[in-house]
Write a protein that binds this ligand. Structure first.
Ligand code: ATR
Length: 294
C-alpha cells in the first residue's frame, strides 16, 4: 500500500460541521460558495457553504428543511429576496427598509437581514470616499436589485436620486415604497428616456438593470453628456469587466463593477453567522486572480 499514491483526503464534515448556503434559481453561477468556503478555510472554521437550487414553489419547504437539518444560515438570491420576507420571525432594520432579505440567520428563530445595501456603500467608499455626499445620483432600473441601493442611498447625504426605469410605473411604485424614509422627496421617479434624463448634473451613475447580461452591446446611457468627474457603478460583476464599465472607460469615465459589493455583502453575512471577520483582502485577491484570462 505504501508504494501507491495516497488517496486524496476526502473533504468530510466533522459531525459538528455548521451548514451554510445560498438559495437561488438559478444558482450555479453564484460566486458566494467560492467566497465563503475560501474564507472558512482560511480561518479554519468548521462550516460548509453549499449552493441550493430552490425554485420559487419550493422556497418555504426549503426553509423548513434547512432549519430541520440545523443549518446556521443562508443567503438568498434571485428570485427569493422579497418572497422570504413573510416567512421570517424577525427582520433587521435594513431588511425592513429594503423590503427584501439576502441573508437568513437560523437560531431558535429565523431572522432575515439585508447586507446588500451595506455592501453597496462599503465598496463605493473604498473607491470614492467622497461619494455619495452632496451628489446627484442617477439609478438606472427599478427592479429587485434597485431596492437595496435606494435604501442605502437614502441613509447617506446624497442630494437627489433620479430613479429611471423603462417601465415608469415601477419607478413610481418603488419611490412610493420608500416614501416614509424619504421625507425630502429625494427620489425622483422617471422614465428611462435617454434624451430627457439630466445627465449633465450626475456625479454618480448606478446601473441596476439586467441589460448587458445577455450579450447586449449598447446601453441607454448618454456617456458623452455625463460630467468628466461622474463615477460609474455597475452593481453586477464581470470578468474582466462589464458592458457598462467597458463603455465608461472608453468614454474616459472612472468606474467599478459589483465585485466589491458582492464581497462586502458576503463579509457582513459571514460575521453574522460565524462571529468572525472575513479576510476581505485575500478573498478579493483570489477573485481578481480568477478573473484574469489564463
Ligand atoms: P433584478 O432583481 O435583477 O433587479 P428585475 O426585478 O427583473 O431583476 O428587474 C430588472 C430591471 O432591468 C428592471 O428595472 C427592468 O426594467 P422594467 O421594470 O421596465 O422591466 C430592467 N430592464 C430589463 N431589460 C431592460 C431593457 N431591455 N431595457 C431597459 N431596462 C430593462
Amino acid at each position: 500500500m505504501s508504494s501507491l499514491t495516497p488517496w486524496p483526503k476526502p473533504c468530510l464534515g466533522s459531525g459538528k460541521t455548521h451548514l451554510l448556503g445560498v438559495f437561488g434559481d438559478p444558482v450555479a453561477h453564484s460566486l458566494s460558495p467560492v467566497i465563503h468556503n475560501l474564507a472558512l478555510n482560511l480561518l479554519g472554521l468548521d462550516y460548509r457553504y453549499l449552493p441550493f437550487h430552490v425554485p420559487p414553489e419550493r422556497l418555504h419547504a426549503a426553509l423548513q428543511g434547512f432549519r430541520a437539518l440545523g443549518g446556521t444560515g443562508f443567503n438568498a438570491t434571485v428570485p427569493h429576496k422579497e418572497a422570504l420576507v413573510p416567512w421570517m420571525d424577525e427582520l433587521s432594520t435594513a431588511a425592513i427598509r429594503a423590503g427584501a432579505v439576502n441573508t437568513v440567520h437560523c437560531t431558535d428563530i429565523v431572522v432575515g437581514h439585508n447586507t446588500d445595501g451595506h455592501g453597496f456603500l462599503a465598496a463605493l467608499k473604498e473607491k470614492r470616499p467622497d461619494l455619495p455626499q452632496g451628489a446627484k445620483v442617477l439609478v438606472l432600473g427599478a427592479g429587485g436589485a434597485a431596492r437595496s441601493v435606494l435604501s442605502a442611498l437614502l441613509e447617506t447625504q446624497c442630494e437627489a436620486i433620479f430613479l429611471a426605469n423603462r417601465t415608469p410605473d415601477r419607478a413610481q411604485s418603488l419611490a412610493q415604497f420608500f416614501a416614509s424614509y424619504d421625507s425630502d422627496h429625494r427620489i425622483k421617479p422617471m422614465a428611462l428616456d435617454v434624451e430627457r434624463l439630466p445627465w449633465e448634473e450626475i456625479s454618480l451613475l448606478v446601473h441596476t438593470t439586467s441589460l448587458g447580461l445577455k450579450g447586449e452591446t449598447s446601453l441607454p446611457v448618454a456617456f458623452h453628456r455625463l460630467p468628466t468627474h461622474c463615477f460609474v457603478y455597475d452593481i453586477v460583476y464581470g470578468r474582466p469587466d462589464t458592458l457598462l464599465t467597458r463603455l465608461a472607460t472608453r468614454h474616459g469615465l472612472q468606474s467599478m463593477d459589483g465585485l466589491g459589493m458582492l464581497i462586502h455583502q458576503a463579509a457582513a453575512a459571514f460575521t453574522l453567522w460565524t462571529g468572525h471577520d472575513m479576510p476581505i483582502d485575500a478573498i478579493r485577491a483570489y477573485l481578481t486572480h480568477l478573473g484574469k484570462p489564463s
